[in-house]
Ligand binder design. Structure first.
Ligand code: MRU
Length: 373
């Protein structure tokens, strides 16, 4: 992804000092582009919990590097024990995105294949880098597969712009590069297809308004910001050709957890015969869960609803209170879209129907004994 013409990933090891991991502090976007250095496990946990980084893929990559930071700061003889404790703390930092637990388990498994503390530290670094590289590569492949869906609509419309609605930010900023929901959009642009994106603002954290609109703007993709409640109306008016969203966790039967409000978009899409696609890398599948209702739904502070932040006329980022002092607010961060409302899943291995049978056929190597029951 290019920022003012320069390519950036969302997380990388400092080229001059590999024991520091660089991230972009997403709380400051789109007004300020601030690079933050993570130096220890606590820094990584804070970055995930307080949403300096967010989005399933990037949470996973940050957890991987967080494990690496825990390893390099551990005594040589106690790397395994330190990593077990780090895994527990990271797993508690945000509950919904499956990529987090998946990345933590991958590091734990990889360090067990070598014996000395020094080798375990090297292995943790290598695996964390692999997790990040694979995330970027998988998103690129999602783009290549999703492109055919956009191409087909473009052909039907004789080349008129394809209107794509997206919710929250499943873009570059939610992954290491490309994004999941945005990768097909970038691929379509590269293939010369005219696209326009309706961007849901995504209350209360406003990932759509603050991140997706900015990210698309940086890449020169036509986009229009809408309120969260506008999607149904636009679909009734024939102004949406397709919906593409991301996912934080998807069961191996095709039920999708994504940012709160996704379910309502899926209902509106179903009622208006608008195809509803979910773009996700395989690291987002939960091979243990058969029902969407089993997915843990994060509840964040009500303060995120009661207060809103933005830039004032002097250029300073400020928070202001929206509701009357003392107002009660409850903040469910995600909801579940049942598989019956999903037209297809776009994965790194191809487009797949949201059913146990089809998902298992595409990912036979990922299944657990319990997935078969
Ligand atoms: O709370 P967030 O910002 O970490 O939520 C994640 C999201 O941005 C969305 O739910 C997204 O659509 C899927 S993450 C790839």
């Amino acid at each position: 992804m290019r920022i003012h013409g320069t390519h950036f990933r969302t997380i990388w090891a400092d080229a001059e000092n590999e024991s520091e991991i660089c991230i972009i502090d997403q709380r400051q976007l789109p007004h300020q582009f601030v690079i933050e250095h993570l130096r220890c496990l606590d820094d990584a946990i804070t970055a995930i919990k307080d949403m300096h980084v967010r989005g399933a893929g990037l949470i996973g990559a940050t957890a991987g590097f967080g494990m690496y930071l825990a390893a390099i700061n551990a005594p040589e003889e106690a790397v395994d024990e330190v990593l077990e404790e780090a895994a527990r703390r990271l797993n508690d930092s945000r509950p919904t995105a499956r990529n987090l637990g998946w990345a933590v388990e991958r590091i734990l498994t990889s360090v067990k294949t070598v014996r000395t503390g020094a080798d375990k530290k090297k292995k943790a670094y290598k695996t964390a880098c692999e997790i990040a590289d694979e995330d970027a590569a998988f998103c690129k492949q999602i783009g290549e597969h999703g492109l055919e869906l956009i191409e087909a609509i473009s052909r039907k419309k004789n080349g008129a712009p394809v209107n794509i609605l997206t919710h929250c930010n499943a873009g570059w900023l939610a992954f290491v590069d490309y994004g999941s929901a945005t990768a097909p959009i970038y691929a379509a642009r590269d293939a010369g297809i005219a696209v326009h994106v309706w961007v849901d603002e995504t209350r209360p954290w406003n990932q759509g308004a603050k991140l997706t609109a900015w990210e698309l703007q940086q890449e020169g993709i036509a986009n229009t910001l809408i309120t969260d409640n506008a999607g149904g109306h636009l679909m009734q008016q024939g102004m949406v050709d397709m919906v593409i969203v991301g996912s934080d966790r998807t069961t191996h039967t095709g039920d999708v957890a994504n940012k709160i409000g996704t379910y309502l978009k899926a209902l509106a899409a179903h009622d208006n015969h608008v195809p509803f696609y979910v773009a996700l890398p395989s690291s987002t599948f939960d091979w243990r869960l058969t029902k969407g209702t089993e997915i843990p739904i994060e509840q964040r502070s009500g303060e995120e609803i009661l207060w809103i932040s933005g830039i004032d006329h002097t250029g300073k980022i400020k928070s202001v209170q929206l509701a009357a002092p003392g107002t009660q607010a409850v903040n469910f961060s995600f909801d579940i879209t049942p598989s019956r409302l999903v037209s297809a899943l776009i994965t790194e291995r191809g487009i797949v129907q949201p059913s146990k049978h089809a998902i298992h056929a595409l990912f036979p190597d990922k299944l657990l004994p319990s997935s078969q029951e």
